[in-house]
Design a protein around this ligand. Structure first.
Ligand SMILES: [Zn+2]
Length: 444
């Protein structure tokens, strides 16, 4: 963390939780270039790892225009950043204040009304934000249990939020495993978790019923050290935790030795849930955010494909379960608010070190394990842009989708459900482009 002190002038700093900027260069009166930082200052990381920035400006000029240019970005897409005068309530700049020049740099020209302002690539969500949220939900002691599941490499707690109705017998419950913030700057996962948890704790009979039929195991902040450090994708040792679920091929329940602590913490918990003799996990969701073109809506990474495409019966079963779940999300979040599903998911993930590869190697289609990617900009809300509450709404919709997924898969075959809904509102009607074919984040 550095602090740039242009004496007698505007002060830029990133020496706070999740703060990040590489360098600030004054190029003219009231004009600055912001150079993005590599995670940990590690120049060996790919360019695509340079996306996140979050800095504070003191002594900012007020009531006169200022211009800053975001330099050396790892991504070419236009976006509108956010600002705050209290580091709590965030706002988007106006689109008219933000343009992208021919070098694919984002240029913001705006007029601040206060001399202290925080600006960021997207809505921040820090470790302290998580701890505030946890102390808020711990009031709901009947349904909620929060534990420290383990510690990060820098001895920070890795929290686990457990939600269920304690009076309902475990054998009647489905287990849902969720983790977020493996990539530290992908803050949408945190807002999604907030919406999901708050919906389950809203004291309605409907939520109590859902909790009586489910146990939720939620890791809200996997890469806690990376979040605090202000990294985009990695730990302070530049590890990408997303690809570290490297299982032992001779004993795939277990991971190989020497992996980052954070992966071991949540893997061990997942493994124990699958081997403790109780009901097993039936769904595992991995929450991310994706740098995308502004209009790209949230999307999923389903795997494999149909029997007709040459996949085995068990592979195509997983494929259909994933599509079925996406259908449920479309039903609640909005059928035009998600990207279309691809024609085929492929099997490239199986050797990628992803959590989904571990679930698949051990439990095949009995665990519907899938990544969801929330996007940062218009994301289906054009001409507006996705807000913190919009992302919480995704979490609320997930609750309904999880409930319906389990009701239908428990009581009906997927095939009969699919034949019932054919031609009804849950048919997806999206354009053909699907993000994995674009130059978007490909989970690497
Ligand atoms: Zn990610």
């Amino acid at each position: 963390m550095r602090k740039f002190n242009h004496i007698g002038e505007v002060i830029f700093s990133d020496d706070f939780e999740s703060g990040s900027i590489g360098d600030v260069v004054k190029i003219a009166n009231n004009k600055w270039d912001f150079y993005l930082a590599d995670d940990n200052g590690d120049v060996s990381l790919p360019d695509e790892y340079r996306s996140w920035w979050y800095l504070k400006v003191d002594n900012a000029p007020t009531n006169e225009p200022v211009t800053f240019t975001i330099k050396n970005r790892g991504w070419p897409f236009y976006y509108v950043p956010v600002y705050s005068y209290d580091n709590v309530r965030w706002f988007r700049f106006n689109e008219s204040e933000v343009y992208q020049n021919t070098n694919k740099e984002i240029v913001v020209t705006t007029t601040f009304s206060q001399s202290q302002v925080w600006i960021a690539r997207f809505y921040p969500y820090t470790f302290s934000d998580l701890e505030r949220f946890i102390s808020d939900i711990e009031r709901y002691v009947f349904f909620t249990e929060v534990e420290v599941s383990g510690y990060s490499q820098r001895q920070k707690p890795i929290y686990l939020i457990k939600l269920t109705h304690p009076h309902s017998p475990p054998e009647n419950k489905k287990k849902v495993f969720i983790h977020a913030r493996t990539h530290p700057a992908e803050t949408p996962g945190s807002y999604v978790v907030e919406g999901l948890v708050k919906r389950l704790l809203n004291n309605s009979p409907e939520s109590a019923l859902i909790l009586s039929k489910h146990e939720f195991y939620i890791y809200p902040m996997h890469n806690v050290d990376g979040v605090i450090a202000g990294n985009y994708r990695t730990t302070p040792k530049s590890e990408n935790l997303e690809v570290q679920w490297k299982y032992d091929p001779l004993d795939p329940l277990n991971l190989i030795d020497g992996l980052p602590l954070e992966v071991n913490v949540i893997h061990e918990y997942a493994r124990n849930l699958m081997t403790d003799g109780g009901p097993k996990v039936s769904m595992a969701l991995n929450l991310h955010g994706s740098n995308s073109e502004p209009d790209t809506r949230p999307f999923f990474f389903p795997h494999f494909g149909t029997r007709a495409q040459g996949y085995s019966e068990v592979e195509s079963n997983l494929w259909h379960k994933q599509l079925f779940f996406i259908d449920q999300m479309a039903k609640y979040y909005g059928k035009d608010m998600l990207e279309p599903t691809p024609d085929e998911g492929g099997s490239g993930f199986v050797n990628g070190g992803y959590p989904e590869a571990w679930w698949w190697a051990n439990f095949k289609d009995s665990v519907m394990a899938m990544t969801m990617e929330v996007t940062y900009d218009r994301a289906g809300y054009a001409p507006d842009r996705i807000t913190q509450d919009n992302m919480r709404l995704i979490g609320e919709s997930l609750v309904s989708a999880i409930r319906d997924y389990h009701e239908f898969t428990a009581e009906n075959s997927l095939a009969s459900y699919r034949s019932k809904i054919k031609g009804t509102v849950t048919e997806l009607e999206y354009p053909e482009l699907y993000p994995p074919e674009a130059q978007d984040e490909l989970k690497k």
